[in-house]
Design a protein around this ligand. Structure first.
Ligand SMILES: C[S@@+](CC[C@H](N)C(=O)[O-])C[C@H]1O[C@@H](n2cnc3c(N)ncnc32)[C@H](O)[C@@H]1O
Length: 209
């Protein structure tokens, strides 16, 4: 499974350049605010280099960091040792979470659903592993408003962008995908630091009864 997602060049580029710029845009504070209500066991899907770990509140008793990419998972291992909550790393992917049915309190996606090959399969896994009443908390960039920018995004998605961006897609309608796959989305908010070109949102998704 994990061998399906290996982007060694992108992983190094992401770590060296994207990661510091996310920090400059206030990603730490955004994650901390989004994660503040979390408790219990959390699956951090596509945890990358582990920058989310330091944002979990003390009420989180276990983080399962799922990261398929070897280089990024190595960085996450180091972050885990500094994290304020217990973190274990697993080489797996969003479409095959290493958790029993109904066993986790929350699933976290932070800038991941743009990159998973199959969003519907990923969300089916989230539904499977969440306990009744559990929640998804997400921070994701999404497609631009209708118009030229969105058309450009679609053109890039169909050509070069995913190849250079570790599988990233610019024009995904991720919030709609939650709604189409058995989730009710709430607390949806635009990320102030994002741009018209790459708008981002945060929110909560709960499995519909
Ligand atoms: C932009 S990085 C975000 C990392 C981290 N969540 C953060 O907020 O900094 C996207 C991450 O998604 C991971 N990823 C890509 N495809 C995946 C999949 N199918 N399942 C799980 N993670 C995946 C990548 O390896 C990478 O770590």
């Amino acid at each position: 499974m994990s061998e399906r997602v290996q982007h060694p060049l992108f992983a190094r580029f992401y770590s060296a350049y994207v990661r510091p710029s996310l920090e400059r845009f206030g990603a730490d504070a955004m994650r901390a605010e989004l994660f503040a209500p979390l408790t219990g066991t959390v699956v951090d899907v596509g945890c990358g280099p582990g920058d989310s770990f330091r944002a979990y509140p003390a009420a989180v008793t276990r983080v399962i960091g799922v990261e398929p990419e070897d280089y990024l998972r190595g960085l996450a291992d180091k972050e885990a040792t500094r994290a304020p909550v217990p973190v274990e790393l697993v080489a797996a992917d969003a479409e095959h979470l290493p958790c029993a049915d109904g066993s986790v309190d929350a699933v976290v996606y932070s800038l991941v659903l743009c990159s998973v090959p199959d969003q519907e399969a990923a969300l089916a896994e989230a539904r499977r592993v969440l306990r009744p009443g559990g929640q998804v908390r997400f921070l994701e960039h999404v497609q631009a408003a209708p118009g030229l920018l969105r058309s450009l995004q679609r053109g890039l998605d169909a050509t070069v962008w995913p190849h250079f961006g570790g599988g990233c897609h610019l024009a995904r309608d991720t919030v709609q995908t939650f709604s189409d796959n058995g989730f009710e989305v709430s607390e949806l908010a635009p990320v102030a630091a994002s741009s018209r070109w790459v708008p981002a949102v945060s929110g909560v998704a709960r499995v519909l009864p």
